[in-house]
Design a protein around this ligand. Structure first.
Ligand code: FDA
Length: 305
C-alpha cells in the first residue's frame, strides 16, 4: 500500500519539487546515490573495485522530454567512460542506460542513435552497456532497440522484470548464445492486467525466469538482494554445470553492502549498480517504495535535522 503510494508520488512533478527542495533529503539520498559529479562516481568505483566488486554505472535521469537533455545524457556517459578508461578495469566497470533518458519517449530512432553512441564509447573503453527496463509500456521498444544494438555491439545486455506476465516468453527469446540478461523482480507500479501483484507470485515468477536463464546459453545476471533467490540461483547454476564465471550477482549501491562483500569473498562475481548525478528523485522514490524501513529512515533523518 505504502509502496504503491510512493511509486505514484515518484511520477508527480509537484512532489518532486517538494522532496528535492527539502535540504535534509540530501544526506538520505547519499545512502543510495554515489554523488552528483563524474568524479564522485569514479571515487565510488575505486572503492568498490578495491573491495573485489564489479560495478555498473548509471547516470541518473529518466523520462526526458527534450532532445537537448537527451543529447546531454550521451555526453555525460561519454565523459564518464573517458574518466573510467585510465583505471583499466575493462568489463569490471560497465554502464547501465535508461532509454527514456536518451529520448525514447520522443522518438525511438533518436534513442537508438544515442544508445549506439554510448555503446561505441563503452567499446572504446573496453567495456559494455546494459539497458535498464522501465515501465511495461516501454518493453517492446526497449527490446527492439536491444536487437538493433546487438547487431553491432553483441555484448549489450538488458534487464528483464520477473513481475511481468510476458517475461518468461521474452527470456526464452533472449537466452541464446552471447546474450547478457539481468533478471530483476521489477520496480514500477504496474496494473494487474500485465504484472503479478503479490510478492509471493513475483518471487515464484522470478524462480521460473531464473530456470530459463540458467538452462540457456547466455550470461545470467542475477539482480536481487533476496537471499532465497540467491540460494536458488546457486542450485540452478550448479545443476546447469555453470561455474562461478558463468553468471553473476548484482545489487544496488547502498543496499546489503555486507552481503555484496561476502558473496564476492566466497568467489562469486558481484556487480554493484552505482547511480550518480543530480536527477535522483525517481530512483530514490523507487528505493523507498521497495522497503518500508527506508521510509522510516528517511523520516527519522528529517526529525533529527
Ligand atoms: P525484495 O524486494 O523481495 O527484497 C529482498 C530483501 O532485500 C528485502 O527484504 C531487504 O532486506 C532487501 N532490500 C530490497 N530492496 C531494498 C532497498 N531498496 N533498500 C534496502 N533493502 C532492500 N528494476 C526495474 O524495474 N528495472 C531495472 O532495470 C532494474 N535494474 C536493477 C538493477 C540491479 C542491479 C538491481 C539489484 C535491481 C534493479 N531493479 C530494476 C530493481 C528491482 O526490480 C527490485 O525492485 C529491487 O531489486 C528489489 O527487489 P529484490 O529482488 O531485492 O527483492
Amino acid at each position: 500500500m505504502l509502496g504503491s503510494l510512493l511509486l505514484a508520488v515518484s511520477r508527480s512533478p509537484l512532489a518532486r519539487r517538494a522532496v528535492a527542495g527539502f535540504p535534509p533529503t540530501r544526506s538520505v539520498v547519499d545512502r543510495f546515490v554515489a554523488g552528483e559529479e563524474t568524479g564522485d562516481a569514479v571515487t565510488a568505483v575505486r572503492r568498490l573495485t578495491d573491495a573485489r566488486l564489479s560495478v555498473t554505472l548509471d547516470h541518473l535521469g529518466e523520462e526526458t522530454g527534450d532532445a537537448v537533455a537527451a543529447a546531454g545524457t550521451v555526453k555525460a556517459y561519454a565523459a564518464m567512460l573517458d574518466a573510467l578508461r585510465p583505471l583499466g578495469l575493462g568489463g569490471r566497470a560497465e554502464v547501465s542506460v535508461k532509454l527514456s533518458a536518451v529520448g525514447q519517449r520522443l522518438d525511438e530512432a533518436m534513442a537508438l542513435d544515442h544508445a549506439r553512441q554510448i555503446c561505441a564509447a563503452a567499446r572504446d573503453a573496453g567495456t559494455t552497456v546494459t539497458l535498464d527496463m522501465e515501465d511495461h509500456t516501454t518493453v517492446d521498444s526497449t527490446l527492439s532497440v536491444l536487437r538493433e544494438l546487438r547487431a553491432d555491439f553483441p555484448a549489450t545486455g538488458v534487464a528483464v522484470q520477473a513481475y511481468l506476465f510476458r517475461s518468461e516468453g521474452d527470456l526464452r527469446d533472449l537466452a541464446g548464445p552471447g546474450s547478457r540478461v539481468r533478471l530483476v523482480k521489477g520496480a514500477y507500479a504496474e496494473p494487474a492486467s500485465v504484472a503479478h501483484q503479490k510478492k509471493r507470485q513475483v518471487d515464484q515468477a522470478y524462480v521460473r525466469c531464473l530456470r530459463i536463464l540458467m538452462a540457456g546459453e547466455g550470461y545470467p545476471m542475477v539482480a536481487t538482494h533476496d537471499d532465497r533467490m540467491i540460494s536458488i540461483a546457486e542450485v540452478l547454476a550448479a545443476r546447469a554445470g555453470r561455474g562461478r564465471d558463468a553468471f553473476e550477482y548484482q545489487m544496488l549501491y547502498g543496499v546489503r553492502t555486507e552481503r555484496q562483500e561476502s558473496l564476492a569473498r566466497a568467489g562469486s562475481t558481484v556487480r554493484v549498480y552505482v547511480p550518480y548525478g543530480d536527477d535522483w528523485y525517481g530512483y530514490f522514490m523507487r528505493r523507498l517504495a521497495e522497503r518500508p524501513a527506508n521510509v522510516a529512515f528517511f523520516l527519522r533523518s528529517l526529525r533529527t535535522k
